[in-house]
Design a binder for this molecule. Structure first.
Ligand code: PLP
Length: 391
């Protein structure tokens, strides 16, 4: 039986479903990006983004994927030969490290078992050891989308301060922003990297960097040649709402609407909703007798839950059955987790009933694929949603 009627259940951890309201906002004729109507749109989104990043400073918006914004962060703040400290929290940290290495950056890569986040105590120890202050930056993935683990950025900031170290704090919140609390200014982040297709509920195509004063100063003295990604080139026209090259106008209409939606719900409520849905998802996993990949309860991701397959069962065959039978996409295991886990996205426009639909699809899929499990995960999730967050 192949069910293609009704809507597709997109439950990968990004791209996330685009709300109808955002779709309608993007249904606009393309306008002159040097004209007065664009100026208003440009000013609205450049200003509006600041509230989402919780910053007073500039947020640069690129027509790019998140990977582009990663590169923008590196080329504006670092030079070949610079040392940085990174944590192998999963596949995305591994890819960002690979990119840094390609730019000639010397990366000290602290390994983990991909089941926990970056350890603030290790940050403090490594920076305290670095008496000559040669480490230029600590680069951390906030929400590791490949594992469902959220690193404690505020604690990492405190660790850097305790070590009395001047390293920049560069944070990938590509899948965290708009779903998990992220306070660019309050947490002393120097660059927050993000993109459009996760918590911002937009199609792919926009990359962001929120920039601190210190990061901006670092970019002014940074000698690495750069052009497309150059913050200085962006910030000049941004001051009057414009862009140095053709912006992704249609996506910016959507961004304006998505920001309005986040503001209407209120960021604290947006974050609480994600925490609630994540707790219900974990209750379901426990109810099925399966294991959540993340092993640190303080680091459970509000964005996605990675589920470990029982020994001898392949995650990809299971995901295929779920897609074929129920028209639902679940996230694949990436890198060394390929075929070993599947990921349930509960970010963006997800609410209680969409989550219950998704979890029902997982439970029916486990049954259809004859994966050893217990029944009752869906019931456990429903009970959790009814009782709120009292675990
Ligand atoms: N970093 C994280 C944490 C991600 O989840 C992703 C994509 O899922 C990326 C980086 C790369 O972003 P993109 O695929 O938009 O280039």
């Amino acid at each position: 039986m192949n069910s293609r009627i009704g809507r597709h259940f997109l439950h990968i951890p990004g791209p996330s479903p685009v709300p109808e309201r955002v779709m309608r906002a993007m249904d606009m004729p393309v306008i002159d990006h040097r004209g007065p109507d664009f100026k208003k749109l440009g000013e609205d989104v450049l200003e509006g983004c600041k509230a989402v990043f919780q910053t007073e400073g500039p947020v640069v918006i690129y027509p790019s994927s998140g990977t582009g914004a990663w590169e923008a962060t590196i080329v504006n703040t670092l030079n070949p030969g610079d040392k940085v400290l990174m944590f192998e929290t999963g596949q995305f940290a591994t890819l960002w490290r690979q990119m840094a290495a390609r730019w000639g950056i010397e990366v000290e890569f602290v390994s983990t078992d991909w089941r926990r986040g970056a350890d603030p105590a290790i940050v403090e120890a490594k920076l305290s050891e670095d008496r000559s202050k040669t480490i230029k930056a600590v680069m951390v993935v906030h929400n590791e989308t490949s594992t469902g683990v959220t690193s404690r950025i505020a604690e990492i900031r405190k660790a850097i301060d305790k070590a009395g170290h001047p390293a920049l704090l560069l944070v990938d919140s590509i899948s965290g922003l708009g779903s998990a609390d992220l306070r660019h200014d309050e947490w002393g982040i120097d660059v927050t990297v993000s993109c459009s297709q996760k918590g911002l509920m937009l199609p792919p195509g926009l990359g962001f960097t929120a920039i601190s004063e210190k990061a901006l100063a670092a970019s002014r003295s940074n000698t690495l040649p750069r052009s497309y990604w150059d913050w200085a080139e962006m910030l000049k026209p941004n001051a009057s709402g414009f862009f140095p090259y053709t912006p992704a106008t249609t996506l910016l209409y959507g961004l304006r609407e998505a920001i309005a939606m986040l503001r209407e719900e209120g960021l604290p409520d947006v974050f609480a909703r994600h925490q609630r849905l994540a707790a219900a998802t974990r209750a379901a996993v426990q109810g099925w007798g399966l294991e959540v990949l993340c092993q640190e309860p303080t680091e459970y991701s509000p964005v996605l839950t990675a589920v470990v397959m029982p020994e001898g069962s392949g995650a990809d065959a299971f995901r295929k059955i779920v897609l074929d039978r129920f028209d639902m996409s679940l996230g694949a295991g990436l890198g060394k987790l390929a075929d070993k886990i599947f990921r349930i996205g509960h970010l963006g426009e997800t609410n209680d009933l969409t989550l219950m639909g998704a979890l029902s699809g997982v439970e029916m899929g486990l049954h259809a694929a004859q994966i050893p499990h217990q029944r009752g995960g869906v019931l456990a999730a429903m009970t959790k949603l009814r009782s709120g967050l009292d675990d």
